[in-house]
Unconditional design. Structure first.
Length: 334
């Protein structure tokens, strides 16, 4: 039923998108996601919507090539949006934060398709200073049948029970005390917190290899996955400049791309766009839905987040046509 709804919406949206192409020129669509997993693993994951099924991603990349969409870097997407070229359709894929599966699952897949991608790195992850409590919690729920949580012992059976447990625990931990809750959880359950980090985190060695790949573009995603709008200007600049400086020094780059860790319309605004520019970046990406058209502000580029549960080409077409961006703009959820 959901697939039929997506298809019906596409049938309505596609003619409007094509008319807009004639009037406004080339159309670009930026996609983003965080993690990736094989289809068999995806089915079992307690936080599976945070992961893209690699078999679906493989299918989507084939679909794009078959239907005349060119996969480009974000730098090239921004360049095209600023040009007078009125033809062509293009997409970019960016992977946020910096997880091991970006190196082990995503990079090989994109290489097989011979297309580029962008990685936005939260430098606290390869530095080992940012606790990946959400990844560690999910791992424990996936692999253990009994866990100690505070004064309780919880027994886990089906994948659905594990998904429900993840949602319940993550919601109760979410906030500034999450690392503390996670450390106590690891201690109670005999989990090596450092080993768990490196089971899921991308390393500097992996990033160095990616940086040498001409098909990989690397940008900044702050030091601590910070909400820039919640910080005073000086603290925001520490996050922005600190991440850029660390990437430049460690990888020998001149990083010009930035992506807001919290990028919806209520999470970043004109002050934050100006700070990003002052920090030395050329471009900033948000998570406001929509498509790229000529004249878009290069410090508020729209990106469409791929929810792992939306394993549907029809759902992706809603992003490609710009319909999801139009709808979220109307309801104020962009």
């Amino acid at each position: 039923m959901r697939e039929l709804c997506f298809a019906a919406a596409n049938a309505l949206a596609l003619p409007f998108a094509e008319v807009a192409d004639l009037a406004r020129g080339s159309r670009g669509c930026l996609f983003t996601f965080h993690r990736a997993a094989s289809a068999d693993l995806w089915e079992k994951l307690p936080n599976r919507n945070f992961h893209v099924d690699t078999s679906f991603l493989d299918k989507f990349l084939t679909y794009l090539a078959t239907n005349g969409w060119e996969v480009v870097t974000m730098s090239e997407a921004e360049r095209r949006s600023a040009s007078s070229d009125r033809t062509g359709r293009y997409v970019n894929f960016s992977i946020d934060d910096g997880y091991r599966d970006t190196f082990e699952e995503v990079a090989p897949l994109f290489r097989r398709h011979k297309v580029p991608f962008t990685v936005f790195v939260t430098t606290g992850i390869p530095d080992g200073t940012l606790p990946l409590w959400w990844a560690g919690l999910e791992d424990a729920l996936l692999h253990r049948d009994r866990l100690i949580l505070g004064t309780q012992t919880i027994d886990l059976g089906s994948s659905e029970e594990r998904r429900n447990a993840y949602q319940r625990i993550a919601a109760s931990w979410d906030g500034p005390d999450a690392p503390k809750h996670y450390a106590e959880f690891c201690a109670a359950n005999g989990i090596d917190i450092d080993a768990m980090h490196w089971k899921h985190a991308i390393s500097w060695d992996m990033l160095e290899e990616l940086a040498r790949d001409p098909g990989v573009e690397i940008g900044s995603h702050t030091v601590n996955h910070a909400r820039i709008s919640s910080l005073e200007p000086d603290a925001a600049m520490v996050e922005l400049q600190g991440s850029r400086k660390r990437l430049n020094e460690r990888l020998g780059l001149d990083v010009k791309l930035f992506a807001f860790p919290y990028g919806r319309s209520g999470d970043c605004g004109p002050r934050d766009f100006a700070l990003v520019q002052q920090a030395g970046f050329h471009t900033a990406a948000t998570t406001r839905k929509g498509v790229l058209r000529r004249g878009v502000n290069r410090f508020r580029l729209p990106r469409n987040t791929i929810n792992g549960g939306h394993r549907s080409l029809a759902a992706m077409e809603l992003h490609l046509t710009g319909l999801t961006g139009a709808v979220t703009g109307i309801v104020g959820r962009g």
